[in-house]
Design a binder for this molecule. Structure first.
Ligand code: SF4
Length: 186
């Protein structure tokens, strides 16, 4: 007889399929939406193709091809990184920012809004724990939120108002909500 873990695994698989099917929207593929979302949510230390490749868990070739397609569509731009001139810094264009407002994940946000806030928070915490465990099994980084990082120093004297003790950089309130390549859970 299947145990609860089989049922939960099947629920996650079905949810994943539903989200992937819906993510063929506005002429973009699911992975192209993932890139736009990443660039919308990642902090300034995580806007390289290398960080994006680690986040997606795909090959460099696939990520490079995806970035080229999005650049041709005028949704992202690549600029030489002033801190590392061998690397390109990725960002959304104004058109990319407009398109992300029509993210197919909005339907999922709407469904979450119909849940009780406590249940929603519990679901968030459980999914975060599950995803981290799953990524660790694959030897991948979690890319959690900055405010949950062991290097995050809230209301720091050198901060704006927060501070990163790993990169020695001030962090804004918006930065604290972003995801980061270097994040290590507190
Ligand atoms: S505190 Fe952690 S998550 Fe935030 S910028 Fe520094 S390393 Fe990245």
């Amino acid at each position: 007889m299947p145990d609860k873990r089989d049922y939960t695994a099947a629920l996650l698989e079905r949810t994943g399929r539903l989200l992937t099917t819906e993510a063929h929207a506005e002429g973009l593929l699911p992975v192209q939406w993932e890139v736009l979302r990443y660039l919308d949510r990642a902090n300034r230390f995580s806007l390289s193709a290398a960080a994006l490749t680690a986040y997606l868990g795909l090959t460099k070739g696939t990520v490079s091809q995806t970035l080229n397609t999005l650049e041709t569509k005028g949704l992202i731009r690549k600029r030489v990184d002033n801190h590392d001139r061998r690397s390109k810094r990725l960002s959304l264009t104004a058109r990319g920012r407009r398109l992300i407002q029509k993210d197919p994940l909005n339907a999922t946000r709407d469904a979450l809004a119909r849940m009780a806030s406590q249940t929603r928070d519990e679901l968030n915490d459980s999914l975060e724990e599950f995803l981290t465990a799953r990524l660790i099994l694959q030897g991948r980084k979690a890319f959690g939120q900055c405010r949950d990082c062991r290097y995050f120093a809230p209301q720091h004297e050198q901060g704006t108002p927060h501070f990163c003790r790993l990169l020695d950089e001030p962090l804004t309130a918006n930065d604290s909500e972003a995801i980061c390549f270097e994040q290590e859970p507190a």
